[in-house]
Structure formats: C-alpha cells, structure tokens
Design a protein around this ligand. Structure first.
Ligand code: 4NP
Length: 163
C-alpha cells in the first residue's frame, strides 16, 4: 500500500478536500488496495474540527463526500507516509521545519501543483479568508493536480499491471 499525506495549514479547507477527491478518484479506478491517503495541517488551529462549511459545500456541489477531523502533522507521519504533498510553499517549508524538529527527513515532499499537466498555478491558494469562489478554484486546481499525481503513481507503482 502506498500512503499519501496531503498537508495544508489548518487542515479544514485544502488538504481535506484533496483527501476526499483523491479517495473519490481511487475508488473510481479501483485502486483502494494499492493507494491510500490522509490529510493534516501544520498548525494546531483546528484540531478535532470538521472541515470548513465552505469546503463541505464545495465538495458536495462537486459530488464528493468529506469525512475528516482536523489533525496536526506529527512525528509518526514521517515514518508512515510514502509521499507528503504540500498545498503551498509555506506549508512545504513548515513540513521541513517539523521534520528537522523531529530529527527526521521527509519522504518525497512535493508541492501539489507539481503534478499539474498544464501548470497554471504554482500553489494551491489559501481560501480561508476569501469568498466561495476561492474554494471552487482550489477544487479545480486539486482536480487536475490529483489526476497528474495518480498517473505518476500508476507509473511508479505499476498499478495498471496489478489490476
Ligand atoms: P487550510 O486553510 O490550510 O486550507 O485548511 C486555512 C484554515 C484555517 C486558517 C488558515 C488557513 N486559519 O488561519 O485558521
């Protein structure tokens, strides 16, 4: 099983959306036995909380269900996950700092936008202080980036041969 951890700041907007959409896509492709994911935040702001209402509404509008409670990145995550996918550059830096504090190295720490086929954005923008439109923009960036990520994993893990 290859395990992917999506990381943002609060773990109530971007990374839980990424988690829900990734799960939706791997279910469609019947990869549940090969790929799994979770999400977390680098901050402790929203531990135990449900996703932001605007993120839930955006997911529902796009036919996706969210089922997550906010949690903070921790030491065990560096051991348990094969890929750490950060939403923006500040999240990526915070993961590096956390790894240093835990005297470990992050596995395959990458930016979500690195997987877009026709990159229009360098980062998944923080939608927290913006309007509803920002959430659809986040969703669209995640949608294309996750297609690229899954394609990459298909190649790396030879998933197509395993079906
Ligand atoms: P997220 O969005 O990192 O995509 O979950 C945010 C959620 C909360 C805050 C910032 C960003 N906050 O400052 O509380």
């Amino acid at each position: 099983m290859v395990k992917v951890l999506f990381v943002c700041l609060g773990n109530i907007c971007r990374s839980p959306l990424a988690e829900a959409l990734f799960n939706h896509k791997i279910k469609q492709k019947k990869y549940q036995d090969h790929l799994s994911c979770d999400s977390c935040g680098t901050s402790e702001y929203h531990i135990g909380e449900l996703p932001d209402e605007r993120a839930i509404a955006c997911a529902n509008k796009n036919g996706i269900k969210m089922n997550h409670r906010g949690r903070q990145l921790n030491r065990i995550d560096f051991r348990d996950f094969d890929y750490l996918i950060a939403m923006d550059k500040s999240n990526l830096e915070n993961v590096k700092i956390s790894a240093e504090q835990h005297k470990t190295a992050p596995n395959n720490l990458l930016l979500m936008c690195a997987f877009q086929k026709n990159p229009k954005f360098m980062e998944v923008p923080d939608p927290y202080y913006g309007g509803v439109d920002g959430f659809q923009k986040v969703y669209d960036i995640l949608d294309s980036s996750l297609d690229g990520l899954i394609e990459e994993l298909e190649k790396k893990q030879q998933l197509l041969d395993k079906k």
